[in-house]
Design a protein around this ligand. Structure first.
Ligand SMILES: Cc1ncc(COP(=O)(O)O)c(C=O)c1O
Length: 406
């Protein structure tokens, strides 16, 4: 084969058309499916308007300071009241970078800890060699100063594993930590030289619901991770904010972890669009979540975690129905509804029709059970099906004094 023929063959082999013949119709269907899914707010799909704005973004390389991305980072630093910000692909990377940046001075030493305990693919041990300790709130809702005091290790004894970082998550499973408790924990932590990090993937919801500014919510923390790709509906991206020295370290680790992206302007623009147009929709989202909660309670379903923002956790067993039955019947509707187990997430693309259809389905199932002889009044109260387990006190032995001097 001549080299020209060989090259032409390779050119053909490399080609691919990933769009289907019916891509526009497929996308319309996808958007409809998203509007009928309670699985997560991460599934929210970018809209034509968002993309129309995003394609006009600057075209620079973010490893060399991409212009639109820089503007977004500056805005995020100002909004959160921190010195600097770093745009990253995901919430996982944002949280992992934070801990890695805190631990980098002392990573060879023993670390002790609690954070990203259950999720983030166990990345904290892998990336930071840090040990995590997970603390459950004794009130079943939010971590209190007392919980923290009962669990931190403040000691110079060589046998101990001192607490160096506390991470909170707000919202946590859709619930809001009272800000006065956050401040009390932060004051206590800082007075003992402990760093405070917030997984604020959904801090937007707290600000929307309580009217507390993003800056005030972030003030008690040394660093915060905020996500654009969840409740705000951007396709990708999170931001880590903190001191200039901390963000400089995190930027270095971002590159090391392979997260130094290139032409990120369109991603930053999609995030900017989400901040500008989608944040304002969150109160409507919360109202829909409350409608879901009220409707489920009217049917006799137990609410195991209230709709403080965009999530409701429920237990249908008091009306004789199982999660599996609901999932199966919802998936068989003419216009299917997708859901997982006990958690229902409402997002900016959830329609009121979906809430109504879901409630009608649960009501129908409860009536079927009753007709088949199930007696709800004979049911003992169900134990609360879940606890707010997803909260972590994150402790890493780091040379805190040294870090704070930087
Ligand atoms: C509270 C919270 N933090 C962090 C993450 C991780 O974010 P990502 O999926 O962008 O890595 C998630 C994911 O849903 C989350 O809910």
């Amino acid at each position: 084969m001549s080299s020209i023929a060989a090259q032409a063959k390779i050119i053909d082999e490399v080609k691919i058309d990933i769009l289907t013949q019916t891509q526009d119709a497929d996308n319309a269907k996808w958007l409809r499916d998203v509007s009928r899914s309670f699985v997560s707010d991460t599934i929210t799909a970018p809209t034509e308007d968002m993309y129309a704005y995003a394609v006009r973004a600057s075209l620079g390389d973010d490893v060399y300071n991409e212009p639109c991305t820089k503007i977004l980072e500056t805005h995020m630093a100002k909004l959160t009241g921190k010195e600097a910000a770093l745009f990253v692909p995901s919430g996982t990377m944002s949280n992992q970078l934070a801990l890695r940046a805190y631990c980098h001075l002392t990573i060879s030493k023993k670390c002790a800890h609690t954070w990203a305990f259950r999720y983030e693919a166990g990345g904290t041990a892998f990336h930071s060699g840090a040990q995590l300790e997970c603390v459950l709130p004794s009130n079943g809702h939010h971590l209190t100063l007392e919980d923290v005091q009962n669990n931190v290790v403040i000691s110079s004894d060589v046998h101990s594993c001192p607490t160096a970082i506390i991470e909170l998550e707000n919202t946590l499973n859709g619930t809001i930590i009272p800000q006065e408790e956050v401040i009390a924990i932060s004051d206590y932590a800082h007075s003992n030289g402990i760093i405070m990090h917030l997984d604020g993937a959904r801090i937007w919801h707290v600000a929307a619901e309580t009217g507390t500014s993003i800056k005030d919510l972030c003030d008690p923390f040394d660093s915060v991770s905020l996500c654009f790709s969840k409740g705000l509906g951007a396709p990708i991206g999170s931001c880590l904010v903190g001191s200039q020295a901390f963000i400089t370290r995190a930027r270095w680790f971002r590159k090391m972890f392979g997260g130094g992206m290139r032409q990120t302007g369109f991603m930053a623009a999609a995030a900017a669009y989400a901040l500008t147009y989608n944040f304002a929709k969150l109160l409507d989202v919360h109202a829909l979540a409350r409608k879901l909660e009220v409707g489920l309670e009217e049917i006799g379903v137990k609410i195991t975690s209230r709709a403080e923002t965009c999530m409701v956790f429920y237990d249908p067993s008091p009306v004789g129905v199982s999660y599996a039955e609901i999932v199966s019947r919802a998936g068989s509707l003419a216009s299917p509804i997708k859901l997982g187990g006990s958690r229902l997430v409402v997002h900016i693309q959830t329609t009121e029709e979906t809430i109504d259809d879901f409630l009608a389905l649960v009501r129908e199932l409860a009536q079927e059970k009753k007709a088949a002889g199930f007696d709800p009044s004979a049911q003992k109260g169900q134990p609360n099906g879940r606890a707010n387990t997803n909260i972590y006190v994150k402790v890493a032995q780091a040379d805190v004094a040294k870090l704070q001097k930087e």
